[in-house]
Ligand binder design. Structure first.
Ligand code: GLN
Length: 495
């Protein structure tokens, strides 16, 4: 029992199906760990009654036989997915106390696959951030300390914006978690916490019930220990949702595990020269080089490629994401959701005060930038120009995929930095997103898997980017690496 949190999703699902462990035992085990390690700050809401009721229902299904693949497997959700059974804040004061009348499609689909919800996980406010430091709400259910700490070093950030998700999995507080990735928020925290995470092709996972940040970029995906686990989870999370999400792709549900175990012989791994330039920390570069050498041992071929507009992805992303955010966040006006200012003169004043009190600094910054770049007179110079460069960035990838099957490089230029290290300098956070933003802008699937340790003995993640709909092949590339190495099995001390 005490080792339950060392099992991955696949192994846990097998133990549950074989009735070696019950769903209630598993749920209790992880709930106890969430409470014991609440100083980590990963969970923002737990409710043992809700979780145990779901676990009892899972046990009944397991007893009856023929239960779906994830029956009884505990999963925790990033607090950006709306849930009926738990509050949803998206890390914002403006949604404090908010309870959704429906479940996000991803949440519903995981529940239909049998998963038991452990609770909600901390994230940056409206998923805007790279360090999980932009959190404004206190936790419900216990007084977790914010911000989230990195389980490998409590003085460091877990990455963001799915920082709670990555920290919870790394610390063994949940076998798996959901995350969302707009510009890197699954891959970067997975990298910083030494776990595996994947963002699928844009449109694969429904955005219905994911609190919207930048709708043309937002995608859901899992964070777990291994690629095998991610494949299981992603298969349950994805699929068309055409009536509810206008950008949902009309392709049948896929089994993302179907290529697991295939040989990597002849796989061409493209390494963009821009991804291993001067800005990359030596310890990160060494771990990435060692991983690429391991891939060559597995039969893959390393190919030099170029993604010449990599640097431009930062201004392009921070213009477009802010523009979309400024529009999406206009719905938070004190009328329909969450917080409303207590004192105001008239309707306009109510809107202004509600938003002044409800939004944190980073969110306000993005609303102002977004409003500016969309305004008459600046639209052509910024927004339209950024859209054009976005298209060129996507074209660069198609050019690169003529010479390779998968693109590889670091998920981030450094290891996780110290809490507070970037201080009041949001641009320092933005620059750290350089390697995840290009794939996001192109809508490509991308993942991060742990491949060693760099500076200060902190985890380093290898990012793999595939072409559209290449998730199953990508997951196999990660899986083969994980069969040959044990970086993904390492756990931080004290957990
Ligand atoms: N760090 C990026 C941002 O702050 C990406 C966030 C995300 O992917 N949600 O916008």
């Amino acid at each position: 029992m005490s080792e339950l949190h060392r099992k991955g999703v696949a192994e846990l699902a097998r133990s549950l199906a074989a009735r070696e462990v019950s769903a209630v035992e598993a749920a209790r085990h992880f709930l106890a760990r969430a409470t014991a390690h609440q100083a980590l700050g990963a969970f923002v809401a737990v409710d043992a009654d809700v979780t145990l009721a779901q676990a009892r229902a899972a046990d009944a299904k397991l007893a009856a036989g023929g239960a779906p693949a994830l029956t009884g497997v505990p999963v925790a959700h990033k607090d950006i997915f709306v849930t009926t059974d738990f509050p949803t804040t998206a890390g914002s004061r403006i949604l404090a106390g908010y309870r959704s009348p429906f479940d996000a499609t991803v949440v519903r689909k995981l529940a239909e696959a049998g998963a038991v919800t452990l609770g909600k996980l901390s994230c940056d406010e409206f998923a805007m951030g790279s360090a999980n430091e932009n959190v404004a709400v206190p936790a419900v259910g216990f007084d977790a300390a914010t911000p989230v700490r990195n389980p490998w070093d409590a003085t460091r950030i877990p990455g963001g914006s799915s920082g709670g998700s990555a920290a919870a999995v790394a610390a063994g507080l949940a076998p798996a978690a959901t995350g969302t990735d707009t510009g890197g928020s699954i891959r970067q925290p997975a990298s910083f916490c030494g776990v595996t995470g994947i963002k699928p092709t844009y449109g694969r996972a429904s955005r219905y019930g994911m609190v919207a940040f930048a709708s043309s970029l937002d995608q859901a995906g899992p964070i777990a220990r291994s690629a095998e686990d991610c494949a299981l989870l992603l298969s349950a999370m994805c699929g068309p949702d055409l009536d509810r999400d206008s950008t949902s792709i009309d392709r049948p549900v896929e089994d993302f595990s179907r290529h697991l175990g295939e040989s990597l012989d002849g796989l061409r791994i493209g390494v963009p020269k821009e991804f291993l330039g001067d800005g990359v920390a030596p310890g990160v570069r060494a771990a990435i080089d060692a991983a690429l050498a391991e891939y060559e041992k597995l039969g893959a071929k390393r190919v030099a490629i170029t993604l010449p507009r990599t640097e431009l992805s930062i201004p392009v992303y921070y213009i477009l994401a802010a523009a979309e955010a400024s529009s999406n966040l206009s719905r938070f006006d004190g009328v329909k959701f969450g917080h409303r200012a207590k004192q105001y003169k008239d309707l306009a004043d109510m809107y202004a005060k509600t938003r002044e009190e409800g939004f944190g600094d980073e969110v306000k910054r993005r609303i102002m930038i977004g409003t500016y770049v969309l305004s008459h007179g600046y639209y052509d110079a910024y927004y339209l120009q950024a859209q054009k460069v976005r298209r060129m960035i996507a074209d660069d990838f198609q050019q690169a995929f003529k010479d390779c099957d998968v693109i590889a490089g670091p998920a981030a230029p450094t290891v996780a930095w110290k809490l507070g290290e970037h201080g009041d300098d949001p641009v320092a956070d933005y620059l750290a997103d350089i390697f995840t933003l290009p794939g996001s802008l192109a809508g490509l699937p991308g993942m991060s898997l742990p491949v060693g340790f760099g500076e200060a003995n902190m985890p380093v993640g290898l990012q793999l980017i595939g072409n559209y709909f290449g998730e199953a092949k990508l997951l196999n590339a990660a899986h083969r690496f994980q069969q040959a190495t044990d970086w993904h099995q390492k756990m931080p001390e004290g957990f």
